[in-house]
Design a protein around this ligand. Structure first.
Ligand code: ZN
Length: 275
């Protein structure tokens, strides 16, 4: 039918999102012979700097942070055996309301059509069978994640050829457990406001269409996160150790938002109906 390998493309906002959100499926499908393509939209310059310097603090240099995170991203791609890394190179916008949102070149301030046109070029080049990105709320409201969703959906509209499209999600049932473990490893007391915020993330289990078992690849996912150890939130995961991490992060969940295969739901394979 086609003279190219089955292809998975993941579109992420920052260096390290590939590890947290889709490290399991990227590693698993690479091991199954699927060609994997990672598109990272921003340079991650609003992340933590060397020595844990936070953005906005004295000594935080976005260009230096971006250079460090580029190296970390390449190391993570090696761990996950990603075949092609494509960088759109937009500036990291930081969180909602930050001044960096307004800076020239910031991803959040980029017209959707512009980003979509660039991504459409990559869709035409790689012709992925499956595309994965965030939901319309960017999973937890980060502007760059929302923008990644917008440019991806617009690019797919332009090319109109990808058989299966997914948004990453998390089952609400797991978010509660996640909150407990966060406090256990963070050494903090449970906070009702935070618990309420967590309860809004992800989806009720019955709305999740696709549950992919990536337990066998949790070690690789852990190592890819370890490649991004400069970022404070990743250190939290690394403190868990591989075993607890695999228990918590061994299944990756998605909502299928486009499909031409009619593969029955729920499904346990992003490529169901394609091979
Ligand atoms: Zn991110």
């Amino acid at each position: 039918m086609v003279d190219r390998p089955l292809t998975l493309m993941a579109v992420h906002a920052h260096p390290d999102d590939e590890a947290t959100g889709t490290g399991g499926v990227l590693a698993r499908y690479a091991a199954e012979g699927v060609r994997t393509v990672l598109v990272t939209c921003t340079d991650g310059g609003c992340g933590d700097g060397p020595g844990g310097v936070k953005p906005g603090e004295p000594g935080h240099d976005p260009a230096a942070v971006a250079a460090m995170r580029r190296q970390e991203l390449e190391a993570s791609c090696q761990v996950l055996r990603i075949d092609h890394l494509e960088l759109l190179g937009y500036a990291d916008s930081g969180m909602m309301g930050w001044a960096a949102n307004e800076a020239p070149g910031a991803f959040w301030g980029t017209p959707v059509e512009e980003g979509a046109a660039r991504l459409a070029e990559l869709l035409r080049r790689y012709q992925p069978d499956v595309v994965v990105t965030y939901d319309e709320n960017g999973f937890y409201g980060h502007p760059d994640h929302i923008q990644a969703n917008r440019i991806t959906m617009a690019a797919l509209e332009l090319t109109g050829q990808t058989p299966k499209v997914y948004w990453t999600t998390a089952p609400r049932s797991a978010m509660q457990r996640f909150g407990e473990i966060m406090h256990e490893f963070g050494g903090t007391e449970p906070d009702p406001a935070e618990a309420a915020a967590l309860a809004e993330i992800g989806l009720p289990d019955e709305e999740i269409t696709t549950w992919v078992d990536t337990t066998a690849y949790a070690g690789q996912k852990f190592d890819s996160l370890a490649a991004h150890a400069s970022q404070g939130e990743n250190i939290f995961f690394l403190k868990m150790g591989k075993e607890r991490f695999a228990e918590l992060m061994g299944v990756e969940t998605f909502v299928r938002v486009r499909d031409t295969t009619d593969a029955p739901l729920p499904e346990d394979d992003l490529f169901a109906g394609l091979r």
